[in-house]
Ligand binder design. Structure first.
Ligand code: NDP
Length: 309
């Protein structure tokens, strides 16, 4: 039986509607949550992401501003900008778009962000809050993965969860969130022995690898939930055929655009999994929705209020 498709676009819209209502409620008490996005230089992919973040902020009723220091900005220039944003009370969230230019000390810049305004959840203070189950700001993509599971009524407690990937941005925080919700968690990486065998133990399999279609059907236990975090753009016809042969709709897009997106999970997995997230339209849309949610959460936490559940 074909897997249930977990519709991230619908879930993200649901979250944005809730954030809009929360922002409205805050506005009635004179608070407009504010997000500052810092984009250094001209990276075309980053420019697209930042545009999406600013547009989404406006749609849900947040205040947002963009700072665009030149490519030549130094670590000190950026530290001065962050210090100013940390000081300004109307700014609740600060997002430094990565990657930063190579000459900038990115770790130093991220460490300078006030943890209370760290809407990306990358500051070691928030990492510590997450691992000790204290209220804090959780990285957006991992938080989005958990929202998909929750809103699709997929049980987590007591389940075997396997996360492939151990990055600070995705793999590790996803693993920690699953553990905090009482899953039995295994984290895999490039040195894991018998990766397919380990993955086949999973009731919930999360792929955050960055390798197109690497997770094939022999990695998946029949009926498992498979969450595909990967976003890979493919342009090669042979590679396209390996994933999407016979898929007319995909082929039209591929021919028109010269590329298409594929996750870290091979589409054939949908034939045996119980549920899968599609790419595009799975985890991707959740990332910006959770950034909006985090900005409102930061506005609430900074003012010592409690977060409506
Ligand atoms: P990283 O490159 O930082 O981490 C990749 C991880 O995968 C590493 O831990 C690496 O292991 C592991 N890995 C790589 N190759 C293998 C292999 N052959 N077998 C087992 N493990 C392997 O990537 P990110 O975590 O930043 O991103 C992962 C994917 O998620 C990417 O496709 C990215 O585009 C996507 N992404 C999507 C987002 C969204 O909004 N949906 C947001 C962020 C990322 P090791 O540590 O040993 O090197």
């Amino acid at each position: 039986m074909a897997a249930r498709i977990l519709d991230g676009t619908r879930i993200a819209a649901e979250i944005r509607a809730e954030v809009t209502a929360q922002a409205k409620a805050l506005a009635s008490s004179g608070v407009r949550p504010g997000l500052a996005v810092v984009l250094v230089g001209h990276n075309p992919a980053s420019e697209i992401y930042v545009r999406g973040k600013v547009k989404s902020s406006e749609e849900v009723g947040l205040y947002s501003e963009q700072h665009t220091p030149a490519e030549s900005a130094t670590t000190e220039d950026l530290l001065a900008l962050i210090a100013d944003l940390n000081r300004r009370d109307e700014i609740d969230g600060i997002l430094v778009q990565l990657p930063l230019p190579a000459h900038v000390d990115a770790k130093k810049v991220l460490l300078a962000v006030d943890p209370a305004k760290d809407v990306d959840g990358f500051h070691p203070m928030n990492v510590g809050y997450l691992s000790t189950q204290r209220p804090g700001l959780v990285p957006c993509t991992p938080a989005g993965v958990m929202e998909i599971l929750k809103r699709s009524a997929i049980p987590v407690a007591g389940q075997e969860a396997v996360v492939v990937g151990r990055s600070d941005i995705v793999g590790k925080p996803v693993a920690m969130l699953l553990l905090n919700q009482n899953a039995t968690v295994t984290v895999c990486h490039s040195k894991t022995r018998d990766l397919p065998g380990v993955c086949r133990r999973a009731d919930i399999l999360v792929a955050a690898i960055g390798r197109p279609g690497m997770v094939t059907r022999d990695y998946v236990k029949p009926g498992a939930t498979v969450i595909d975090v990967g976003i890979n753009r493919i342009t090669d016809r042979k590679e396209f055929d390996r994933f999407f042969a016979g898929n007319k709709k995909r082929e039209e897009t591929f021919l028109a655009k010269g590329s298409t997106l594929v996750g870290d999970v091979h589409p054939e997995v949908a034939e045996i999994a119980g549920a899968v997230t599609p790419v595009p339209g799975g985890v991707g849309p959740l990332t910006i929705a959770m950034l909006m949610a985090n900005t409102v959460k930061a506005a609430i936490l900074r003012r010592g209020r409690s977060i409506p559940s």
